[in-house]
Design a protein around this ligand. Structure first.
Ligand code: CIZ
Length: 361
């Protein structure tokens, strides 16, 4: 496989770990090693060093009836070591809503943990890294949405899930990367306001041209904004000179030029599923224009040979959560690690999420 992947994030190592027997560590590290499937980056020695963390986290989850949710952009030790559910934010918000456990631990950025609290306000939601933000959700506030509503009265507002609870409370419907086209098309009237991602907004403008006018806010994802159409074109040209027909898969948070160069556009879950399907058919030369966690999942879950060309980009916010943070927040969460939201905000934001569930089906 040809791939340039950044090294696994460093563990902070400030927590005192429980002692386990050699046999327990050997069994757990084998399990991690085999599930992560990146035998050089996640060597057996590295797996041995994280085994005491995953063992205790899994034990605490069991004892305290905790459901651990992780977004696909989390690191493989979290995804394959301790998570009960891994996916994109649409599936994960449904998983949070439907979980039978009273406590959810959400390993991801803040807005996703807030979303879990909004859809299940009576559950305790633990978020191990309170300062894990997002350039999209940090780039817009409730007043910005109120200003747009004042400027365009009566126009429905769709907000991307990468927003705070306060912003969701101002919107008519929430959307994710797996349903924004479907939901926005169904909204009443000939105009809609879309916040905060200008690239996804541009994609909506192109897709709904002639049907609806889309008024777009000016935010962007700092990870996906780094990819350019020009670079993809030059990769494709170089590969085609070698007789390689590259399939390009991109996330809709990318620039329109990137999406034009892409064969498949979709959420992390769609990109993973489609790449696995391509590999089953023997189409192994792919380029993934997205966050590195998506690539980690493909490397772990593909049973076939794949040539992943080019470099992914790592989200520094998504990578703020380490196994140590999860363990510490399970042992003894701080006030900041337990999501608390104003009741009125929950009520109004819940409406925009319920509208999403209704319109996405
Ligand atoms: O929808 C999500 O979860 C986001 C923010 C990215 C993706 O596609 O997984």
């Amino acid at each position: 496989m040809t791939i340039e992947m950044p090294a696994p994030p460093r563990q902070s190592g400030v927590i005192v770990l429980k002692e386990y027997s050699k046999e327990e560590i050997d069994i757990e590290s084998e399990r991690l090693y085999n599930e992560i499937q990146q035998k050089e980056r996640w060597s057996i020695e590295l797996c041995k060093s994280i085994a005491p963390l995953t063992l205790e986290i899994n034990q605490l989850k069991e004892e305290n009836d905790v459901f651990l949710i992780a977004h696909s952009y989390q690191t493989p030790d979290i995804i394959y070591g301790v998570a009960d559910e891994v996916s994109d934010s649409y599936s994960l918000s449904k998983a949070a809503r439907d979980a039978s456990q009273q406590t959810i631990l959400f390993s991801s950025v803040r807005f996703m943990a807030e979303t879990a609290k909004i859809v299940s306000p009576h559950k305790t939601v633990i978020h191990p890294s309170p300062d894990a933000g997002c350039s999209l959700s940090d780039g817009i506030n409730a007043q910005d949405v109120r200003n747009l509503k004042e400027k365009f009265p009566g126009v429905p507002v769709a907000c991307y899930i990468n927003t705070t609870a306060e912003v969701k409370a101002e919107c008519d419907v929430c959307v994710t990367s797996s349903n924004y086209l479907k939901i926005c098309e169904k909204l009443p009237g000939k105009r809609l306001i879309f916040v905060p991602d200008r690239f996804m907004g541009k994609h909506l403008q192109n897709s709904l041209a002639g049907k609806k006018e889309v008024i777009v806010y000016d935010g962007e994802c700092e990870v996906h904004a780094l990819f350019t159409g020009e670079k993809i074109r030059s990769w494709k040209e170089r590969m085609s000179k070698q007789g390689i027909n590259l399939t390009v898969l991109s996330h809709p948070e990318c620039d329109a030029e990137v999406l034009e160069e892409s064969d498949i556009v979709g959420s992390s879950e769609v990109l993973i599923k489609k790449t696995l399907e391509l590999s089953e058919k023997g189409e192994k030369d792919v380029m993934l224009i997205t966050e590195c966690g998506t690539v980690d999942r493909i490397l772990a879950e593909s049973k076939n040979d794949l040539n992943i060309i080019g470099a992914c980009v790592m989200c520094k916010h998504m990578k703020k959560t380490h196994l140590e943070d999860i363990l510490q927040s399970l042992r003894n969460p701080t006030t900041e690690q337990v999501i608390e939201l104003d009741d009125e905000i929950i009520k109004r934001a819940k409406h925009s999420l319920e509208e999403m569930f209704r319109l996405a089906e």
